[in-house]
Design a protein around this ligand. Structure first.
Ligand SMILES: C[S@@+](CC[C@H](N)C(=O)[O-])C[C@H]1O[C@@H](n2cnc3c(N)ncnc32)[C@H](O)[C@@H]1O
Length: 232
């Protein structure tokens, strides 16, 4: 199991008290799809089937899924694919579980903790793609080291992504956009799929919009989309 050094979740894990419906799904749906701690390891040798419990056509990881609108949208769009999601905030986790309680949920597994505990557990060339959508910005300079996109984590993503797999990131925070883009650009295993500024501003076709994105997109800030391929 990952030790405390590997567990890096900053910020709140709880907010407003959960209503009855949300409490119920935490008791019923959550245990059905939770990635239990015995599956987490520092060995980096878990297959997608180890985590999901079956072989699936493709396997994707979403990091920090918030209320899970994007993840549930993906599940409905691709019922044959397997998904892993991490969200340490119980309010987000319970909102996602409530949303999918009546959907088939045999190909989704979730962790209510640091996404890197899943990422570090996975074997080389496991994933078809990773989504990092609107990660926490950690504006203060002394907190920049908390940002989920950093060279150490990108190194791990490069290991667990298949050759040609996708790393898809978005943010509406200009300084963070530059940070995420530069970190991925300088990493030898990631190649930007775009070529002009329009590719950066343009919402990819079939994009599933999250509530966070809708709320923020109305403001002054502008969402950017960064699509990278893993090359090795
Ligand atoms: C700004 S919210 C965005 C939520 C969602 N991706 C969206 O676009 O609506 C960032 C989320 O990342 C989660 N988060 C922060 N650190 C994390 C970590 N180490 N692993 C997984 N999730 C994390 C937070 O709890 C929060 O819900």
């Amino acid at each position: 199991m990952a030790n405390d050094k590997e567990k890096r979740v900053y910020g709140r894990r709880t907010g407003r008290p959960l209503n009855q419906g949300r409490l119920e799904v935490m008791d019923t749906v959550f245990p059905e799809i939770e990635i239990t701690k015995d599956l987490l390891t520092e060995e980096g040798n878990r297959s997608a089937a180890d985590i999901i419990g079956k072989l699936t056509k493709q396997t994707w990881l979403e990091i920090g899924f918030g209320n899970g609108e994007h993840l549930s949208g993906l599940m409905r769009r691709h019922p044959d694919w397997g998904f892993m999601g991490a969200e340490p905030f119980i309010n987000g986790m319970s909102a996602f579980l409530k949303d999918i309680e009546n959907d088939p949920h045999d190909k989704i597994r979730v962790l209510m903790d640091d996404a890197m505990m899943i990422a570090n557990s996975l074997a080389e060339d496991t994933l078809d793609g990773i989504y990092v959508l609107n990660p926490d910005p950690w504006h203060k300079k002394r907190h920049h080291k908390r940002r989920i996109i950093n060279q150490e984590n990108l190194e791990c993503f490069a290991r667990i992504l298949k050759p040609g797999a996708d790393l898809i990131m978005s943010t509406d925070v200009p300084d963070l956009a530059e940070w995420m883009f530069t970190h991925a650009m300088v990493h030898k295993s990631f190649e930007w799929t775009g070529s002009t500024k329009e590719d950066w501003d343009k919402k990819p076709e079939d994009w599933i919009t999250t509530r966070y994105e809708e709320k923020k997109a109305k403001g002054a800030d502008k969402m950017v989309y960064m699509l990278f391929k893993c090359k090795k």
